[in-house]
Design a protein around this ligand. Structure first.
Ligand SMILES: *Cc1c(COP(=O)(O)O)cnc(C)c1O
Length: 408
């Protein structure tokens, strides 16, 4: 995309969010006036920075019903996930070398799991149904004597489907297995209570909740049970030895401010964004046939709408809709032509996966933007379908799926 056609309407909040002005304001003093190193114990600069991170730690902890000493600051959810998974794997190796996750997790969970497999661990990858839900019985049956960790996300970043974390936490605790959840898409949007939900480790990231990029946190339970993790970075022993490295004070202050705003506005935002999302879906459904909603319509994030527009290619749609910033389940990030592995895991065929678009709404989305996005999407899909022989065949009642295409 060139700079001349900068998207006007941002509907990609599951990729990242704008930093809220109030967050920017809270961060500013920590770049210059209060620039101290939070680990400097001998002067006011250090004490101010330390106090700011301490306050932020309290805010993060309170927001998930944890204690401040259970919060470890990181560079984002990728690091948090790696620290949780690799850290538990190393620490608990004497107890066992089996871990459980599922096929629709973020790569920041699947890739460290794969690295562990290469290092002699065993990983069970649970399957999901057509809506992205796991089967709790499959989870129960997968737990073994040597299982040390279950890692299952709270809400999926592509389709918005929410896993039943409380039920998962209960099963893990009954079996004496640690439970990590990548809650990056849910923090600030959904109610999270690590006590009630029996969560032992939880990852979050500031830039998915109107905070800055490059800062996140990992909750590590200290009581019932006391979770111990081997560090991934070694150094100055910051964060009680779990994550060495000078703290990103402005980022941490920003993340806490962002979380605080999310918590204050959560119910109102949830209602408003759900209504906008439903309006977008209804407008598309009113004007277009052959739509498939990917994910669980009765159990998904308020912001999330993932739709496959049969007979059109996601990449072509993105080009046609250059006034809207959205994501496609078609491969545009990788060199390969593989469609979204999440949709594939749900049994969505390659054609429908390639024709999927993820719309994700946010705090600053307006009804006007939704209406405009619906209009642009509808006209683009209609135009592309008008050029599609497959669509014409479908209209004539030919079962396109049954046609053999020869070399394709
Ligand atoms: C964005 C995201 C991540 C990665 O977070 P970063 O802070 O960008 O590293 C991990 N998991 C999920 C579910 C995400 O949405």
């Amino acid at each position: 995309m060139t700079s001349t056609d900068v998207p006007q309407i941002y509907l990609d909040h599951q990729a990242t969010t704008a930093v809220d002005e109030r967050v920017v304001e809270a961060m500013l003093p920590y770049f210059n006036n209060k620039f101290g190193n939070a680990a400097s114990r001998n002067h006011q600069f250090g004490w101010d920075a330390e106090q700011a991170t301490q306050n932020a730690r309290e805010t993060m902890a309170t927001g998930i019903n944890a204690k401040s000493r259970e919060i470890v600051f990181t560079s984002g959810a990728t690091e948090s996930n790696n620290l949780a998974i690799l850290g538990v794997a190393k620490m608990y190796a004497p107890k066992g070398k089996h871990l459980i996750t599922c096929s629709t997790e973020h790569k920041a969970v699947l890739d460290p799991m794969a690295a562990l497999e290469n290092a002699g661990y065993e990983v069970t990858v649970l399957s999901v149904d057509a809506k992205g839900n796991i089967d709790l019985n499959e989870l129960r049956n997968a737990i073994r004597e040597d299982t040390i960790l279950v890692s299952l996300m709270m809400a999926n970043n592509e389709i918005g489907t929410m896993h039943p974390v409380k039920a998962i936490g209960d099963i893990c605790h009954e079996n004496g297995v640690l439970f990590h959840t990548d809650a990056t898409q849910a923090v600030g949007k959904e109610l999270i209570d690590v006590q009630e939900m029996n969560i032992d480790l939880l990852s979050g990231s500031a830039h998915k909740m109107y905070g800055p990029k490059g800062v996140g946190f990992l909750y590590v339970r200290r009581r019932n049970p006391r979770v111990r993790i081997e560090p991934v970075f070694y150094g100055g022993g910051h964060e009680r030895g779990m994550r060495s490295g000078t703290l990103n004070v402005p980022g941490i202050v920003g993340m806490a401010k962002a979380f605080e705003i999310c918590l204050t506005d959560r119910d109102a935002d949830h209602q408003r964004i759900t209504a906008l999302r439903d309006s977008l879906q209804a407008q598309l459904a009113a004007e277009l046939t052959h739509l498939t909603v990917n994910g669980d319509e009765n159990n998904r994030l308020a912001c999330s709408l993932n739709i496959s527009f049969a007979f059109v290619e996601g990449e072509s749609m993105l080009m046609g809709m250059s006034g809207i910033a959205v994501s496609s389940g078609s491969a545009c990030t990788s060199a390969s032509l593989e469609p979204s592995y999440v949709l594939r895991a749900m049994g969505v065929g390659d054609d429908l996966a390639h024709s999927s678009i993820r719309f994700s709404l946010g705090r600053f989305t307006t009804q006007q933007e939704v209406d405009r996005a619906a209009e642009l999407t509808i006209s683009t899909v209609k135009r592309l379908r008008d050029m599609s022989p497959l669509y014409e065949m479908a209209l004539e009642g030919i079962d396109v799926a049954s046609v053999s295409w020869g070399a394709h």
